[in-house]
Design a protein around this ligand. Structure first.
Ligand SMILES: [Zn+2]
Length: 314
């Protein structure tokens, strides 16, 4: 019998991660393609078609049978209608694209379309940190802040349209920093990596000190640079504040945190854990706060998992 596979694609503002995945979650082949988002919608759709076409050829050459395709994308995905409900200027022209039907028509495969934060959580639940857990809260700290709530039975809470998980827009400071959503004081404006670098600049550590890199800022803090340490402590407090709100709403056993910043490990996480412990009502304690395991491949793994569900008609 032919080995059955699905194609997973994860579209970010900078890179498209893609892969061919079997039904155990083994990534048999993976690629990284620049999104080149500013080239616009048609260019991006063309890239997705090219990846799908290449994967069909590769599968044929290997004797694999493609069963479906999962596409995760940045932006707000209308899961019922299979289109992009809203995307920011990170993906110009992406709002409204009926991507599920486009991809299905192009490839002849069943296609699942999902928001990237949900895909991240589904990937972690399938083959990552979330696998042994009985449900968890997933939080992603990147250019934006988002996440997903994975219930005890492995289901993901999508909300009415698929827009659940906009955690970055919890308001943590009345009249605070203006946000691209139209509100002010959103968690994203304090807990994203972009926000961290703004906080560093406000404290006097501008680009000449950090090169605009969070990694460099952490290096300074680890060397005992007092201003850098203060910035990291404050940032951890902001991250913890949003988590505290979510813990009081959802009462999770664990929080799985994604984003490149998780590479900072316990140096950052112990600070967040300490602040969360101080802030939450004792009845909600303990909550494990841990880094995601899959890194960059969680999104494509989650997209692949949904592709399997689409292929099996679920
Ligand atoms: Zn906002």
């Amino acid at each position: 019998m032919k080995r059955q596979v699905v194609f997973g694609i994860d579209i970010g503002g900078t890179n498209i991660k893609s892969g061919i995945v079997d039904n155990e979650g083994t990534i048999l082949h993976a690629d990284n393609t620049p999104t080149d988002a500013q080239a616009g919608r048609d260019s991006l759709i063309g890239k997705l078609y090219a990846i799908a076409g290449r994967y069909k050829e590769l599968a044929a050459a290997e004797g694999w049978e493609p069963r479906g395709m999962g596409v995760a994308t940045a932006g707000y995905v209308n899961a019922r209608e299979g289109r992009i409900g809203y995307a920011t200027s990170n993906l110009p022209g992406w709002t409204g694209v009926p991507l599920r039907d486009n991809m299905s028509r192009e490839t002849g495969l069943p296609v699942a379309l999902v928001n990237d934060a949900h895909a991240f959580a589904i990937g972690e639940a399938w083959i990552g940190t979330g696998k042994p857990l009985e449900g968890f809260l997933c939080v992603t700290l990147g250019t934006g802040v988002g996440g997903s709530w994975v219930t005890k039975h492995g289901g993901t809470y999508f909300g009415r349209d698929g827009y659940a998980g906009g955690y970055g827009h919890i308001v943590i400071r009345h009249g605070g920093q203006p946000c691209n959503c139209g509100l002010s004081g959103c968690w994203e404006q304090y807990a994203s990596v972009r926000a961290l670098m703004r906080q560093a600049a406000e404290a006097g550590l501008d680009e000449s000190a950090t090169g605009g890199s969070a990694k460099k800022l952490f290096e300074l803090a680890r060397e005992g640079h007092e201003t850098a340490l203060g910035v990291i402590d404050r940032y951890a407090e902001y991250v913890a504040l949003g988590m505290t709100n979510l813990i009081h709403i959802l009462n999770p056993e664990s929080i799985v945190v994604g984003g490149a910043i998780t590479a900072q490990g316990d140096f950052l996480f112990d600070r967040i854990r300490g602040k969360v412990k101080e802030q939450i009502m004792p009845a909600y304690d303990p909550v494990r706060i841990v880094a995601a395991a899959l890194g960059e491949q969680a999104g494509l793994a989650g997209a692949a998992k949904l592709a399997w569900q689409a292929a099996d008609g679920r």
